[in-house]
Design a protein around this ligand. Structure first.
Ligand SMILES: [Zn+2]
Length: 145
């Protein structure tokens, strides 16, 4: 969890103006932690700032994505979700409860990069390899389920 000063520094390090809206959206993404949707973010911010418009939040999200402060995560259900963790990681996606958990495994990363070094894909340069592993958590993690 990042504090407000850290968030401010992250935003200004990208040469962006630190606005209260950008601060709030970043805070919401870190706080919500489970790869929130735009609606989750809007709902969260409205608890303290009931007047924030959804258009504003969508615009801020676009700006943050464009400036590599957050990443978009496409889900099976085609709902866009947002990720505040920029380091390469994989996702475990629960088909039943929609929960996305980060999955990091160095052994897997080594295996994958070794594989693609030995099995080059024609006419394609790999930038990053992110796996989306879908399945079911045995014990569900989403509090609504
Ligand atoms: Zn993630």
């Amino acid at each position: 969890m990042k504090n407000r000063i850290e968030i401010r520094d992250i935003i200004s390090a990208k040469g962006l103006k630190v606005t209260p809206q950008r601060m709030r959206v970043m805070e919401a993404i870190y706080k919500l932690n489970n790869h929130p949707t735009a609606d989750n973010i809007i709902e969260y911010i409205r608890k303290t700032d009931p007047n924030i418009g959804s258009g504003t939040v969508y615009n801020v999200l676009e700006t943050l994505v464009k400036n590599d402060l957050i990443k978009k995560v496409k889900t099976e259900k085609d709902v866009m979700r947002y990720d505040g963790i920029l380091e390469n990681h994989h996702h475990l996606y629960c088909i039943q409860c929609d929960y996305i958990e980060d999955y990091k495994n160095e052994k897997l990363d080594k295996l994958l990069s070794k594989f693609f070094k030995e099995n080059k894909i024609d006419n394609f340069n790999i930038e990053e390899i992110k796996l989306n592993i879908s399945g079911n958590f045995i014990i569900h993690k989403n509090k609504d389920h």
